[in-house]
Design a protein around this ligand. Sequence first.
Ligand SMILES: CC(C)(COP(=O)(O)OP(=O)(O)OC[C@H]1O[C@@H](n2cnc3c(N)ncnc32)[C@H](O)[C@@H]1OP(=O)(O)O)[C@@H](O)C(=O)NCCC(=O)NCCS
Length: 304
Amino acid sequence: MKTGSDDAPTGPAVVRPLRADDLAGAERLTAAAYAGVDATTTPRMLPVPAARPPERAAGWVARADHLLRTDPEGCWAAEVDGELAGVALSFTRELTWFLASYAVAPALHGRGIGTQLLAAALTHGRGCLRGMLNASSDPAAARRYRLAGFDLHPMMTLRGVVDRTRIPDLGRVRDGSLGDRDLMDSVDRRARGSAHGPDHEILAAQHRLLVSDDGRGSGYVYVDAAGSPAVVAATSRRTAATLLWAGLAMSPPGAEVAVHHVTAANQWALDVGLTAGLAVHAQGYQALRHLRPPAPYLPHGSLL
Ligand SMILES: CC(C)(COP(=O)(O)OP(=O)(O)OC[C@H]1O[C@@H](n2cnc3c(N)ncnc32)[C@H](O)[C@@H]1OP(=O)(O)O)[C@@H](O)C(=O)NCCC(=O)NCCS
């Protein structure tokens, strides 16, 4: 069992609504907590990922600020002795509750703070039967989610350098814009039961958007600055596969890409990744409540 360190603050935890002036501290706290999980759970054959680099910190804060605006009642902080001790950021879209980020300062693990924070965030989803989150490989997190009633579905990550000789004809994939929002919301409702709605604004601000919409199916992919696909949603596996290829084709030649959050329901993504020369590893869980694993669908890390 994990326990806090001897010099950690000792006072009682106070759980209160998250504020905008917490966000910089919350970014550092979550980066440290996730780096701790990576250090202990990354398979020995893989390099341990670096903690969230400064160039990605601003993106985390912008997404958290977006959620604080759309769902202030879903975002919670814990304080111990006046210092930020943990955060839980959740939001609802249509009738689904999502957990975007959840962490306790590593020195304070195992004192029940995470349990209190998750309970507060879950109250925001009281009216939602469905729930969805991407869990890390942290056994403590998996325990919390299962005890809160979520089904745990193991996920895979594909990593490597794209073999560009294998990129197929991408058909009529085109650049997308927020003008495609109704189309994307319709695809999301079919694939994951609820639209992203306002989240497309921040997703589009932080990623390149590609869209496919023809007689064979509709869908979209958001690609991050490093050339890794961040969300793939489509009405058919064939369209999803084409969009994943389109995303992978955006990666700079020779650059390592990662395709995260692949559940067993998305074998089409394994087929694309393995054909592209990527290697598959198990990583984390998709935690779902009253929801089948979305497909064909690869969720965003926090905006899901
Ligand atoms: C997940 C996290 C937020 C929980 O916070 P916390 O304050 O430590 O949580 P609690 O003390 O309320 O509960 C931890 C539970 O895990 C259990 N636990 C701790 N270490 C464990 C381990 N190695 N294996 C299994 N269970 C473990 C504890 O016994 C406790 O369960 P119990 O209260 O039912 O006995 C925290 O561990 C964390 O920040 N982890 C790293 C970041 C992360 O992975 N976040 C989740 C992202 S999806």
